[in-house]
Design a protein around this ligand. Structure first.
Ligand SMILES: Nc1nc2c(c(=O)[nH]1)N[C@@H](CN(C=O)c1ccc(C(=O)N[C@@H](CCC(=O)O)C(=O)O)cc1)CN2
Length: 297
């Protein structure tokens, strides 16, 4: 495998170590303990795993974790009332409602209701607009994690051609904004893009965020390209036993890693950065709410 493995464990440990130092300083110098409120509606098994890993990360870095678990049948009004209560609580620095939410609740209504200063997901239109305008914003966690990994491999991304496959507000659009800020030439691809393979073959940076297992084939990858796989797909794994599953990314990892210059694995890649960057955003939110300058994390 000639490609360098971009190890999420390594990068996420670095981010969490910096956050832990920042949390300690905020407590010691200003008597403030950052607190993250996570709201889980329903029983989605993957969401439960992610919420638990957020709680563990909070404990690791010294952030207070507050969990609210609501039943699957929760109405939108009830959830929005809880969000408003958390907005008004001076003890709460950051609010995250775990997605997906059940069908009776509008995800956008939830996003619009979270106070932009406590919006540690960076999804509120004010934060998305600030990022697009090149202003200080709360940046969504997965895109910022992907960005830190790219910068870790190659500090100067200026002039590189980047292809972002997937145009979601959670990943594709913010990743594109971050790469534009680094002076990349960014193309956004999606389900209607013509000749995706040719677009991908031209890219020095390939970000796959489509949510389709092994969608990106090895012969789509330009030799030496930096490949960031944001996909987290659970597929059947009969080799592990009946009914068992395993996680794979959007990139066909083994053959692609023979061609790429550097590549993130799944699991063990960008997913781990999502949680680490959530800790970072919570620390930043606590500083901003106290009128302090952003910490160097
Ligand atoms: N409000 C939000 N909801 C969701 C987000 C988000 O950023 N904000 N992202 C995803 C889920 N997610 C965080 O919430 C998340 C995804 C993956 C991981 C992770 O650590 N992945 C590991 C594998 C974990 C496993 O075994 O399942 C890895 O890739 O190595 C953490 C968080 C959707 N919802």
């Amino acid at each position: 495998m000639p490609a360098t493995l971009i190890d999420g464990k390594h990068y996420s440990a670095e981010v969490k170590a910096r956050v832990a130092v920042g949390v300690e300083a905020l407590k010691a110098q200003h008597g403030i303990t950052p607190a993250l409120a996570v709201v889980l509606v329903g029983e989605d098994p993957a969401s439960k795993v992610y919420v638990a890993s957020k709680g563990r990360a909070c404990a690791e870095v010294g952030i207070r974790s507050i969990e609210h678990r609501l039943p699957e049948t929760t109405s939108e009004d009830k959830l929005l009332a809880l969000v408003r209560q958390l907005n008004d609580d001076p003890e709460v620095s950051g609010i995250l409602v775990q997605f997906p939410v059940p069908a009776q609740i509008s995800q956008q209504a939830v996003i619009n209701t979270i106070d932009p200063l406590k919006d540690v997901d960076g999804l509120h239109p004010l934060n998305a607009g600030r990022l697009a305008s090149g202003l200080d914003a709360m940046v969504p966690c997965t895109p910022y994690g992907a960005y830190l990994m790219l910068k870790g491999v190659r500090d100067d991304l200026s002039g590189l051609k980047a292809l972002v496959i997937g145009r979601s507000n959670l990943v594709g659009k913010p990743v594109a904004q971050l790469l534009l800020k680094e002076n990349c030439t960014v193309t956004m691809a999606h389900s209607r893009t013509k000749d995706l393979r040719a677009e991908a073959r031209a890219a020095d940076i390939l970000v796959a965020a489509i949510g389709r297992p092994h969608f990106v084939q090895a012969d789509w990858v330009k030799p030496g390209a930096l490949v960031i796989d944001v996909g987290i797909n659970r597929i059947p794994a009969p080799e592990k036993g009946e009914g068992k599953t395993r996680l794979v990314g959007d990139v066909d990892f083994t053959p692609a890693s023979e061609i790429a210059g550097a590549i993130t694995p799944v699991p063990g890649g960008v997913g781990l950065m999502t949680v680490a960057c959530l800790m970072r955003n919570t620390l930043i939110a606590a500083h901003r709410q106290a009128g302090l300058a952003d910490p160097a994390v």
